[in-house]
Structure formats: structure tokens, C-alpha cells
Design a binder for this molecule. Structure first.
Ligand code: B12
Length: 233
């Protein structure tokens, strides 16, 4: 299957299975382990929104797949994927190592496929991130569903005129652009947040139950969030 966008969630430290992670009690109040395998719930709303416009979007929780099995081969999994773009979240700062290392691996395997970063930490560190040769775009801000549709349409059409996409940090050859954050929606009434319908649908559509699982142990202790607002009101 060829996807339009594959969204990947990295472990906090790559590769925690080879190098021991002495994290301390940093994740005691969340369902995740110190690997912080839970992905930002906004990945589901991005996927849901893009699929409403006919795009095929897949979420793969690489961190959780690595935690669930020592034998899970990240490179073999990534190598098989056919997609027009990859998205990687660097939302929580603990993923600073894992997200960047994952991007490096993805680019080695798919040198021609654009890699898009997003999330709160990526928004803050967008100028540093775009310097990495394997990161092509940073979509900034806490509401990116509509902007991702604009970017995906450009990628699909081979249109490299990126200056008219709000909030986007982009790279073209040696030239970098930092479009201002002008898209700050007043309400999110037309977006499904979280996109649970997408998540359930995707299991059947893409015939994979393990890839989008939110965290290790979810099958034994299913838990979900119902957000009444995005962020703090
Ligand atoms: C709800 C919430 C949680 C929930 C998360 C549920 C989930 N799976 O997302 C829970 C309680 C589990 C949680 C846990 C943690 N949280 Co929290 N959380 C929040 C909170 C209050 C709201 C976030 C929200 O409403 N999101 C709404 C959804 C719809 O949007 P979103 O997920 O952010 O995604 C959008 C954008 O961020 C962006 N985006 C995100 N990823 C990507 C990727 C790509 C490719 C693209 C293009 C765009 C993109 O586009 C999305 C769609 O518009 C914020 C504070 C705030 N006011 O924002 C803190 C906040 C994000 N959390 C924070 C922290 C530190 C944590 C923990 C690390 C705490 C800990 N030590 O345990 C853990 C990490 C959990 C893990 N990964 O396993 C910090 C992050 C600071 C930082 N820079 O690191 C914040 C900012 C709070 C704070 N001020 O300290 N959190």
C-alpha cells in the first residue's frame, strides 16, 4: 500500500534496547514508561482531517513496537514503507534524542522522501532542527491539521513554493524559510480532537492492530483521554 503520510512516534532515547536508560521517576504520573511511548493525541486529529480529504495516513508508534518486542526490527519495518512524506513528532522534549535519531534512520532508508517535524518542542527549536540535513520541514504551532493539508497538497503537486503556508519552516537547497505563525485558530469546532474514529478505522483499513497502539500495556489497561479544550483555556 502506498500512503500519503506516515506519522512516526520515536522513543525518548534511541536505542534504549541497546543502551540502558536510567531515567528515574520521570513518567510516574502518565501511562507511558520512561521511553515515553505514548504519541501526541494530535497525530490522530491530523490523520483524521487528512483522510477526510482522501489522503491515506498511517500512524506507527515505533516506540511502543520496540517496547512490545525486543525482536521488532525498526529498519526492516521502515524500509518497506511507501509514502509521499514522513511526519515525526518532537512534541515532548524528552524525545529530543529519539526523534532526531529516528529521522536520521528514515532519511538513510528513504533519501528522497520529505521528513516533516511537528509538536511543541519542534515549534520552539525549529531553527535548530531545520539545520539537520535529514529534516525538510517543521510545521509549527499547536493546531496543524489544516496546514498539513496545504503542505501535503504542495508535496503531491511537486510545488516548492512554500512561502504561503503559515507556520511552516522549510528548506529548499541551502535556502531556509521561517513563515510567521499567522494561523492561530479561535476554535477547533470543525476538527475531531482526538480523532478516535480514525484510529479505529485505520486498524481495519490498514490491517494492522499493533502500529497505532498508544502505549505498552494498553491492551491490558485500556485508557483514553476526552479533551474538552485544546491546551489550557
Ligand atoms: C493533554 C496533555 C498530556 C496528556 C497527553 C495525551 C496525549 N497522548 O497527547 C498526558 C496527561 C498523557 C500528558 C503526558 C505528558 N506530558 Co503533557 N500535556 C498535555 C497538555 C495539558 C495539553 C495538550 C493538548 O491539549 N493537546 C491537544 C492535541 C490535540 O494536540 P497535540 O497532541 O499537541 O498535537 C498538535 C500539535 O502539537 C502538533 N503536533 C504534535 N505532534 C506533531 C507531529 C507532526 C509531524 C506534526 C506536523 C504536528 C504535530 O499538531 C497536532 C495537531 O494540531 C499540554 C499543555 C498545553 N497547555 O498544551 C501538556 C504538555 C504538552 N505536556 C508536557 C509534558 C512535559 C508531559 C510529560 C513528558 C510529563 C511526564 N514527565 O510524564 C508526559 C509525556 C507523555 C508521553 N509521551 O508518554 C509539557 C511539554 C513540555 C515540553 N516541551 O516537553 C506540556 C506543554 C505541559 C507543560 N507546560 O509542562 N500530557
Amino acid at each position: 500500500m502506498k500512503y500519503d503520510l506516515v506519522l512516526l512516534h520515536a522513543p525518548s532515547v534511541y536505542d534504549f534496547r541497546k543502551n540502558s536508560l536510567l531515567a528515574g521517576p520521570i513518567s510516574d504520573v502518565v501511562p507511558s514508561s520512561p521511553v515515553f511511548e505514548m504519541y501526541p493525541i494530535g497525530l490522530t486529529s491530523i490523520a483524521d482531517y487528512l483522510e477526510q480529504y482522501g489522503l491515506k495516513v498511517k500512524i506507527i508508534n515505533i516506540a511502543n513496537r520496540m517496547l512490545m518486542s525486543d525482536k521488532f526490527d525498526v529498519e526492516a519495518k521502515l524500509r518497506k514503507i511507501k509514502t509521499k512524506a514522513f511526519g515525526i513528532d518532537l512534541h515532548w522534549l524528552p524525545h529530543a534524542h529519539g526523534s532526531i535519531e529516528l529521522a536520521r534512520i528514515v532519511k538513510t532508508l528513504h533519501p528522497k522522501t520529505p521528513i516533516i517535524f511537528g509538536g511543541l518542542s519542534a515549534t520552539y527549536y525549529h531553527k535548530e532542527l531545520i539545520e539537520y540535513p535529514f529534516i525538510d520541514f517543521v510545521m509549527r504551532g499547536d493546531s496543524t491539521e489544516k496546514l498539513m493539508l496545504l503542505l501535503m497538497n504542495k508535496i503531491e503537486a511537486g510545488n516548492t513554493h512554500y512561502t504561503d503556508i503559515p507556520n511552516l519552516t522549510w528548506k529548499k537547497g541551502r535556502e531556509c524559510g521561517y513563515n510567521p505563525i499567522t494561523y492561530v485558530p479561535k476554535d477547533l469546532d470543525d476538527i475531531d480532537v482526538p480523532g478516535y474514529r480514525y484510529t479505529i478505522r485505520s486498524v481495519f483499513k490498514y490491517r494492522n492492530f499493533l502500529d497505532p497502539l498508544p502505549y505498552n500495556g494498553w491492551l491490558q489497561y485500556p485508557n483514553t483521554a476526552l479533551l474538552t479544550a485544546r491546551g489550557c483555556t
